[in-house]
Design a protein around this ligand. Structure first.
Ligand code: ADP
Ligand code: MG
Length: 208
């Protein structure tokens, strides 16, 4: 992975989050407290303003800076969870390298860090319902054609996000709603899908 690609993804993700303001905000208003979009936008803008400083840094240092910044800028439950993903990804890249195999391992370590910090697992109507299937897909297709894999990941993230609609929440703020949360997509699952899709679009641009 190249730092220049991460910088393009930061721009792409920020733009995608802003474009999905209404979706993300209304989902968190329905089954949360309505702050998820604002939290994410604050984090994205803070990272954008640092992005030029990343020029000469290796990806592991870039992800460490991102994790630390998120810890201090995004509030709510999601801030520390996203931060622990990037901090663990950074550590893993440092140990295993930043090629595709190293990134796949790093992504899995980041997802495990969210599970540990959130005491949560697949099927609890959270961001993990998108992140866990994507981590598995990355792992299964580590040797697959990069454009094929990006297309599959984009599709899978969308399916996984939609599937949270029918799940009963057992973690986070929405857990208290019980049955009343049925029929609503989890806001964190939606924001992760939007961010993952933005990264896939950056990969697929190289094909055009
Ligand atoms: P808050 O719930 O504190 O207002 P946000 O609105 O920023 O924080 O984030 C809510 C999202 O965080 C949820 O939609 C869910 O995806 C995710 N989330 C909350 N708690 C957990 C947890 N324990 N494990 C994994 N994800 C969680
Ligand atoms: Mg919220």
């Amino acid at each position: 992975m190249k730092t220049e690609f991460i910088q393009r993804c930061i721009k792409g993700i920020t733009q995608a989050i802003i474009e999905h303001e209404n979706d993300i905000e209304s989902l968190d208003r329905a089954i949360g407290d309505g702050d998820h979009y604002i939290n994410l936008k604050r984090g994205c803008l803070a990272i954008n303003s640092m992005a030029n400083d990343f020029n000469l840094m290796p990806p592991s240092d870039v992800f460490k800076k991102i994790g630390m910044k998120l810890l201090s800028t995004i509030g709510g439950a999601s801030g520390p969870l996203f931060a622990s993903f990037f901090l663990e990804l950074s550590k893993s890249l440092e140990n295993d390298g930043d090629d595709r195999d190293g990134f796949t391992k790093g992504f899995a370590s980041g997802v495990r860090a969210i599970m540990t910090r959130g005491k949560s697992d697949f099927g609890e109507k959270t961001m993990l319902d998108v992140l866990i299937p994507i981590s598995e897909l990355l792992n299964n297709r580590v040797d697959g054609d990069i454009f094929d894999v990006a297309t599959q990941i984009d599709r899978k993230a969308n399916e996984a996000m939609l599937a949270t609609k029918d799940l009963l929440p057992t973690k986070g703020r929405s857990a208290g709603l019980g049955d009343r949360a049925l029929g609503h997509i989890d806001p964190g699952a939606k924001s992760c899908q939007v961010m993952i899709s933005a990264v896939c679009q950056e990969i697929l641009k190289a094909k055009k």
